[in-house]
Ligand binder design. Sequence first.
Ligand code: ZN
Length: 427
Amino acid sequence: MHKRMTREEAEASIAGLHRKIERYAELAVKKGASVQPGQELVINAPVERADFARLLAKKGYDAGAGHVTVIWADDAVARLEYEHMDVSYFENVPAWKREQLNSLAADGATFLHVRGNDPNALTNIDPKKLALRARAQSTQCDVYRDGLDFGKNAWSIAGAPVAAWAKRVFPDASEYEAMYRLWDAILVAARADGPDPQAEWERHNATFEKNKRMLNEHSFDRLRYYSANGTDLEVGMNPGHRWMGGACRTVDGVVFFPNIPTEEVFTSPDCKRINGVVRSVLPLVYAGNVIQDFWLRFKDGKVVEYDALQGKDVLRSILETDERSCMLGECALVAKDTPIRQSGLLYYDTLFDENASCHLALGTGFPECLDKGLSMSKEELMAHGVNQSTTHVDFMIGADDLEITGITHAGDEVPVFTDGRWSWSID
Ligand code: ZN
């Protein structure tokens, strides 16, 4: 039986989280953005969470940042812009905005992005405007984009609640109670609810290192997925594929965590060698729409048949986004005993939801998951099996009984996942 909280009780409960939120802010600044002495720290945050942005700025200076810049974001103003400006406006990033991001990146800043969005902020906005803006930002803010993509600048994304998001995750609670419950859920998901989150993340990263080492040493030819719900899928691996996950390193050797939370070890499979059937185990949220209980059948890399109990037309629009959005760009391994999975929550945000379960992604793959991939053109990447597409959509397939077997080039079979968990011991 769940008793509803009054506004006073909910606000007192949020106040009671203060020490944990402070340690979480330190985690985001020191382990996430990994701010170095004298360095510029750029915080991008929703205005609605100004309290948390100010806390991050203080923790940044405490950690030795040379200067802290805060860039404010607001879903409501962003929506107004999309509603009132013509399509052509989104073809270009304003010069001052380009200069802002490019010059901060060129000066060697580290970027901390606070994610807290209304999941419905952009529903019914012309998708052409969204696509144009995304393209303009990646081509015109090129120094910034390259800095992040090629390891010149450290960066991190961490969550913080805003009211509309909290109400979507906890629709039956009052706004105040939903805010408290989402803060609590974010801290648990981020492994920041204990006495020493930074030490906890050191331990957490050691398990990433072990899992990546095991997978990279085997350098499997393919993985076979099997579970009683109907999943029976073979996923080919590219020669020279690399498993990634956990901490990253800049070209200068600074270690940082791009995502807080993160639970996945992932690579880009050979997009031409995917065969069999895979069934979803969690709802897929796409642009505010929910697709539920669906399956896909692959033949030589392409989806040739599919169905969904709910949202089949949305699933079709994903598969038909472009020529290669019906092919896989990512396969990621996540054990079923992670805090996010155990919370049983749907967060309506990929930063959290993709860490709930083993998943696959339709659409574009990652050049860094292939030996020398970062110096290849799109055509070369595709020729080497790394899919290239304008979209990337994760969906969850980690059933509780999931078995994954790695098959080596010599034909040996190695258990990778047993009953939804890593088959080898973690320590
Ligand atoms: Zn992923």
